[in-house]
Design a protein. Structure first.
Lengths: 101, 177
């Protein structure tokens, strides 16, 4: 019925969507959305393997730490986006060509 | 039966929201579609018997990160709020020019094809045994967090403190240096 392969297929789909967003879109906030999708795909893989293969809770712990790291990354990334908008008055990714103004 | 229904509903929600997340024009709508996709992942966690991870996913992502993204979109809502100038042949408005769309789809396809070879021998390679799906995991996760994984737990608190201070310093107003 619902096997490990179905979860892995959903995870591959989410990962491909995240990579597609990160490459194709030009908005910095959209690129951060793609990173969130990729992190979710990884965490879903960990929990699926934890249920079907290893039979312990280490995958759950790892998914919790992935969520913590994603929260920290989103906070710092959005701070950088806001700072970049203060300096350049745009959030187009092609405008980000130098580290200091 | 309930788990099967929840699984298919969550999968449908993830597929629909992800496709809309890529192809929509407005970045605000993209944030809302990301929220739908994350709720679908939380439903998949429930079908996997991971109740604590599902609750944390909803609290942190839906209550925290998506709201933060919406605030960032509203704070930076200048002329790039709706990216009208970047349409692909008038069809998919948010996708940059033809070249970046082509490279993005090509990279995603190469990743899917190269990882799909893993699926061929998966069932015979891995013995599949199931945990009980209706058992609460909160007690065990709490014990594991303060015994086996206590170093990672403390390091994540330091990481969150550093991210808090770093975000406050980076996003400070322009006049105060």
């Amino acid at each position: 019925m619902i096997t490990l392969e179905s979860y892995l297929l959903i995870s591959v789909f989410m990962f491909a969507i995240g990579v597609w967003i990160m490459i194709a879109r030009k908005n910095v906030v959209a690129i951060l959305l793609g990173i969130e999708m990729i992190l979710n795909a990884a965490a879903l893989n960990f929990v699926a393997y934890s249920k079907f293969v290893t039979n312990n809770l280490d995958g759950h712990i790892f998914a919790l730490f992935i969520i913590v790291v994603a929260a920290a990354e989103a906070a710092v990334g959005l701070a950088i986006v806001i700072r970049f908008f203060q300096i350049k008055e745009t959030i187009h990714i092609d405008e980000a060509t130098q580290l200091r103004n | 039966m309930f788990l099967n229904t929840l699984f298919f509903l969550s999968t449908f929600l993830i597929f629909l929201s992800s496709i809309s997340l890529v192809t929509t024009k407005n970045i605000m709508h993209s944030c809302i579609f990301l929220l739908g996709s994350l709720i679908g992942v939380a439903g998949l966690y429930v079908t996997l018997g991971a109740d604590f991870v599902a609750a944390t996913q909803i609290m942190v992502y839906v209550g925290g990160i998506v709201i933060l993204m919406l605030f960032a979109v509203m704070l930076t809502g200048g002329k790039d709020f709706v990216s009208r100038a970047q349409a692909l042949m008038g069809l998919i408005p948010a996708m940059g020019n033809k070249f970046s769309t082509f490279v993005g789809i090509l990279t995603a396809a190469v990743l899917v094809i190269s990882t799909s070879k893993l699926f061929i021998n998966l069932r015979s390679a891995i013995p599949q045994n199931k945990m009980a799906a209706t058992e609460s995991t909160v007690n065990k996760i709490g014990k594991l967090l303060v015994t086996n994984h206590v170093l990672a737990f403390e390091l994540s608190s330091v990481l969150l403190l550093g991210a808090l201070i770093g975000a406050a310093i980076i996003a400070r107003p322009k006049k105060i240096f």
